[in-house]
Design a protein around this ligand. Structure first.
Ligand code: NAP
Length: 477
């Protein structure tokens, strides 16, 4: 059996909980136990925060080039250990190995990208009114950053945050999701090996509310960056008031996928498969609502159904699998409930012909047609391999339906008329719009949402600003 990390990374050392308590991690496809990790006590976490805050003093004073070189080493080590990290991700999270390999490379790209940004954190000199005055603007690291991450991308969600924070000169403490801490712990070991000074990158595991409370109330933590549900994001916003903490929130989504009557349906189907079935439908930018023009809905549904039938559902460690299990029994029950409620309210269910392996967390890829805005499936993140289909008659109606959600993360439009698609995309209330494209996540682009999908951006030239503060010097000569 593969050896997984089973201790937390704190101040450059592997540590257990001071009361020796642990919790178990299992493979969602097989339920086989993988490892156990520490359930740290509150005093363990407080000590970890103290040490991380001290490490900030060392890290921020290192030359930017040295910080940059260490980030490149992390990227290189991740690339060298592609298979090892990919199999850890698949083992604890369930996604197919090919997707896990993509996640490792995506994470490595963030370290490489931000290694390049680390040496270009330039300030400004601004002309003043008086000839004897000078105005200088400095960009300084905000301080210790705490990150709370979800289970759906155990490495990428952490890398997007850590790479930018470390490049800015911040120290970092992360609490990964309890379902998938093994990848985060492995990254902790790798970061140390790459030359990060002790205490600059820490990973703590244990009770979310307790750790969240310590992060939010500690004056030593200057910034909290969170990826997860809107519900928990709102709790963190409330708690941030206590210390007026700076936040980045990457929250839930409810992405529409608009298929205009002039769309290239073959391309739309390929985009739909990637945008819906990646990670078994468990991504924040996954298509949640297909809005298809009435003139093409029949063709689109027939083609989509035929393509879905070809998907292989199975254990992610099997190289043939396209769709892995859902993360848990609860997740499976939630998706089943959304489909069942839609059916009771008049939707038509088109199950696929995909063979489903034994094991209760595998979900049959399914189309739910004739979905209406009064159904829960319209408003909630499905987070499963289910295509909810509704129709529209004109651009105006498509935009109104697409914007009918509290979320504003990602949206997609398929049309051969780029001008029309551009005009429509400008009216969509989402932070990211894919035009004839569902592969929208890339290191060069600002990832993030509006409305209740949160605020702040990750990646791109904007991402590092989340971890910097401006200081202005007014100099009288
Ligand atoms: P979640 O339930 O909000 O959990 C996310 C993280 O927050 C976990 O580590 C969780 O730990 C922790 N947490 C829960 N309650 C907390 C509290 N009171 N204080 C501090 N931490 C707390 O979300 P999830 O189910 O893991 O992930 C799925 C969600 O993430 C979806 O809504 C998805 O759209 C969103 N997501 C968004 C993005 C984006 O970039 N916008 C990317 C990926 C995922 P415990 O599990 O131990 O409670």
């Amino acid at each position: 059996m593969k050896n997984f990390h089973s201790l937390c990374m704190v101040n450059g050392s592997w540590v257990r909980s001071s009361d020796e308590k642990t919790f178990e991690i299992a493979n969602p496809a097989t339920k086989a136990p993988l490892s156990s990790v520490p359930a740290l006590t509150s005093s363990d976490v407080i000590m970890a925060v103290d040490n991380s805050a001290k490490a900030f003093e060392t890290w921020k004073n290192m030359p930017a080039r040295t910080r940059s070189d260490i980030l490149i080493s992390i990227a290189n080590l991740l690339t060298e250990r592609l298979e090892e990290f990919a199999s850890t991700i698949t083992s604890e999270q369930g996604k197919p190995l090919s997707e896990a390999r993509g996640e490792v490379m995506y994470a490595a790209h963030y370290f490489r990208w931000f290694s390049e940004e680390a040496v270009r954190i330039n300030g400004d000199i601004i002309p003043a009114d008086s000839p004897t005055k000078r105005i200088l603007v400095l960009k300084q690291p905000i301080g210790l950053v705490a990150a709370i991450t979800p289970w759906n991308f155990p490495l990428a969600m952490l890398a997007r945050k850590a790479a930018a924070a470390l490049a800015a000169g911040c120290s970092f403490i992360a609490k990964p999701a309890p379902e998938t801490p093994l990848t985060a712990l492995a990254l902790g070991g790798l970061a140390l090996e790459a030359g990060l000074p002790a205490g600059v990158f820490n990973v703590v595991t244990g009770d979310a509310e307790m750790i969240g409370e310590i992060f939010m109330s500690s004056p030593l933590v200057k910034k909290v960056t969170f990826t997860g549900s809107t519900e928990v994001g709102k709790i963190l916003i409330r708690k941030s008031a206590e210390t007026v903490k700076k936040l980045t929130l990457e929250l839930g989504g409810n992405a529409p996928f608009i298929v205009n009557e002039d769309a290239d349906l073959e391309k739309a189907i390929e985009g739909a498969i990637y945008g819906k079935f990646r990670n078994a439908g468990q991504t924040c930018v996954c298509v949640n609502r297909f809005l298809v023009h009435k003139k093409v809905v029949e063709d689109f549904t027939t083609m989509l159904s035929a393509r879905i039938d070809k998907l292989v559902v199975g254990n992610g460690l099997n190289p043939d699998s396209d769709v892995g299990p859902l993360i848990s029994q609860e997740a499976h029950a939630k998706v089943s409930r959304l489909v069942e409620m839609a059916k009771q309210m008049g939707a038509s269910i088109i199950p696929s012909a995909c063979a489903i392996p034994n094991g209760s967390t595998f979900f049959t890829p399914t189309i739910v047609a004739n979905v209406k805005p009064e159904m829960q499936i319209w408003h909630e993140e499905i987070f499963g391999p289910v295509c909810a289909l509704a129709t529209f008659s004109n651009d105006e109606e498509a935009i109104t339906l697409a914007n009918d959600t509290q979320y504003g993360l990602a949206a997609y439009i398929y049309s051969k008329d780029l001008s029309r698609a551009m005009v429509m995309s400008e009216r969509l209330e989402f932070g990211m719009v894919g035009i004839n494209d569902t592969a929208i996540s890339s290191v060069q682009a600002p990832f993030g949402g509006i409305k209740q999908s949160g605020f702040g951006r990750e990646g791109s030239k904007y991402g590092i600003d989340e971890y910097l503060v401006l200081k202005y010097l007014s100099v009288q000569m």
